[in-house]
Write a protein that binds this ligand. Structure first.
Ligand code: FMN
Length: 219
């Protein structure tokens, strides 16, 4: 090969390499949120929206999936996910595999729930158990994604629900941003959380910190 041929090859390599790098850097980041409430567009959804507002300011795409009214069942402990290792739950016929796909393609995951008897809703717990087991069966496939919990509560039990969600993030090797308080908003009837100024501010700060963290992870 001639010297000029070699120079051209090197230049071509750098051009391709830089192109890939620029494409990867400019890829829009995305956060997907799952609202486990039985009530669509209630307090939990309002709190998630407050987090989304800050993410959108930082040009991060957002999507809210509301579990209300959707078919979703718990883990059957069949352990087929460990046999198949195909990043899917072997239980078909409900929305869990669609949710897992959304989680996989996102850079950040928000799990949001109202407090039901001092814990998350059964729908959200079903999503946690099944997507969490599939992730474990597939080399912690949510590893180093950002994760945030959001909780609506009338009076008490929110911290326990908050912990339930964080257990999922931490055992999945995910990275969790903090806020100025635990991520909790107070309200009973739909819309009540709008009167909880500190709760809304906590969500806004969470959104700002989640955006910051995702950019650091992406660097
Ligand atoms: C089945 C059920 C159980 C609940 N348990 C609690 C509870 O343990 N503690 C509490 O403070 N509020 C409890 N609540 C009230 C909800 O957490 C509260 O109304 C919340 O704002 C609902 O959020 P949403 O509008 O997104 O559904 C319960 C509500 C329901 C329907």
């Amino acid at each position: 090969m001639t010297l000029s041929g070699m120079v051209w090859d090197i230049l071509r390599f750098f051009y391709l390499f830089m192109g890939e790098w620029v494409i990867e850097k400019e890829r829009e980041m995305k956060v997907v949120a799952f609202n486990g409430s039985a009530r669509k567009d209630g307090n939990t959804a309002i709190l998630v929206d407050a987090v989304f507002k800050e993410l959108k300011k930082e040009k991060i795409k957002t999507e809210l999936i509301q579990l209300a009214g959707k078919k979703i069942r718990g883990c059957t402990a069949c352990r087929k996910c460990f046999e198949n290792q195909d990043k899917r739950c072997a239980v078909k016929g409900d929305i869990v595999n669609d949710c897992i796909e959304k989680m996989l393609e996102a850079d950040g995951i928000i799990l949001a729930s109202p407090t039901y008897f001092a814990d998350v809703s059964p729908e959200l717990k079903a999503l946690i158990d099944r997507s969490g087991f599939v992730a474990k069966a597939n080399q912690d496939m949510f590893r180093r994604k950002a994760g945030a919990a959001v909780i609506a509560v009338r009076r008490a039990g929110a911290i326990h629900a908050f912990d339930t969600i964080n257990h999922f993030f931490f055992i999945s090797q995910m990275v969790v941003p903090g806020s100025s308080y635990w991520n909790i908003g107070l309200g009973l009837a739909p819309g009540d959380v709008n009167h909880d100024d500190e709760g809304i501010m906590t969500m806004r700060t969470l959104g700002a910190n989640m955006a910051w963290l995702m950019k650091k992870i992406h660097e």
